[in-house]
Design a binder for this molecule. Structure first.
Ligand SMILES: C[S@@+](CC[C@H](N)C(=O)[O-])C[C@H]1O[C@@H](n2cnc3c(N)ncnc32)[C@H](O)[C@@H]1O
Length: 253
């Protein structure tokens, strides 16, 4: 089992990837077994926000479709007071291992959370509905048919002031997914970040990973139950319905 190390805010984060969990139907490794580049992009962006004006210290955080959990673990490293890493059951032991490897057992929990599940099926999450300050997602916009279930889950874990940050590689089907989320009532803005450069993730120790940064986007989603509340900055603006052909260029709102 390999691992990757990251330097974030002067501290080292260790994330093990998995080579022994596979889909029983296809025998292929589960997609959550390794760190996707979107997770690197989101984590780097989170570290930048922490250096600017975003405070993790007083935040409760949930990561949906966490895989091996890099962004959620990074939120803990950046000081979040409570983090819940969620995914399908098969991936939970890997997440637990990564929590333990970084000594976050007192602040980070691992829970099964299948999108669209009823709260009663999600042990321990029910009482947290609406309590999370921040929802993190990376590379979960891959199947438009899954978005209704993902929306249902997002609505359950979002309160009036919850922020949702999601990173995605921009692929043609990303647009279909985002359109489904806007149909469910979510507001959507692409957050500004440096694009157009090809460089390694500055967090990854060893620097072996090079990303085409303009292939990725980070979005802030606004839950349907939130009115304009002053959190949305001048760079945020209403998202028109995205046309699929726009994905050929990139997602600009
Ligand atoms: C492409 S992987 C991304 C993993 C991780 N977020 C990353 O960026 O490294 C998609 C993740 O979504 C999870 N996932 C897919 N469908 C799901 C569902 N219906 N309920 C919960 N998790 C799901 C997968 O198990 C996997 O961990």
């Amino acid at each position: 089992m390999g691992y990757r190390e990251f330097e974030i805010a002067g501290k080292t984060l260790t994330v093990f990837e998995l080579d022994d969990v596979s889909n029983s139907a296809t025998a292929r490794p589960l997609t959550g077994s390794w760190i996707w580049d979107s997770a690197l992009v989101l984590t780097e962006w989170m570290a930048e926000q922490a250096q600017l004006d975003f405070t993790f210290q007083d935040k409760t955080v949930i990561e949906l479709g966490a895989g091996v959990g890099l962004p959620g673990l990074a939120a803990a490293l950046l000081g979040a007071k409570r983090v819940v890493l969620t995914d399908i059951e098969t991936l939970l032991p890997g997440l637990v291992r990564n929590v333990e490897a970084n000594g976050f057992g007192d602040r980070v929990e691992v829970r099964e959370l299948v999108w669209g599940s009823d709260e009663s099926e999600v042990s321990g999450l029910g009482e947290l509905g609406g309590e999370f300050d921040l929802v993190l997602m990376s590379d979960v916009f891959f199947d438009a048919e899954e978005m209704a279930a993902l929306s249902k889950t997002m609505k359950k874990v979002c309160g009036k002031k919850t922020r949702i940050w999601a990173a995605s590689e921009v692929r043609p089907w990303t647009v279909e997914c985002l359109n489904e989320l806007t149909k469910e009532g979510f507001g959507l803005v692409e957050l500004p970040r440096e694009v157009g450069k090809v460089r390694s993730s500055s967090l990854l120790l060893g620097n072996e990973s090079f990303l085409e940064l303009d292939s990725f986007a980070i979005f802030r989603l606004k839950p349907p139950n939130q009115k304009d509340d002053g959190h949305v900055t001048a760079v945020d603006h209403a998202c028109p319905k995205i046309e699929e052909e726009e994905a050929e260029d990139r997602l600009c709102f």
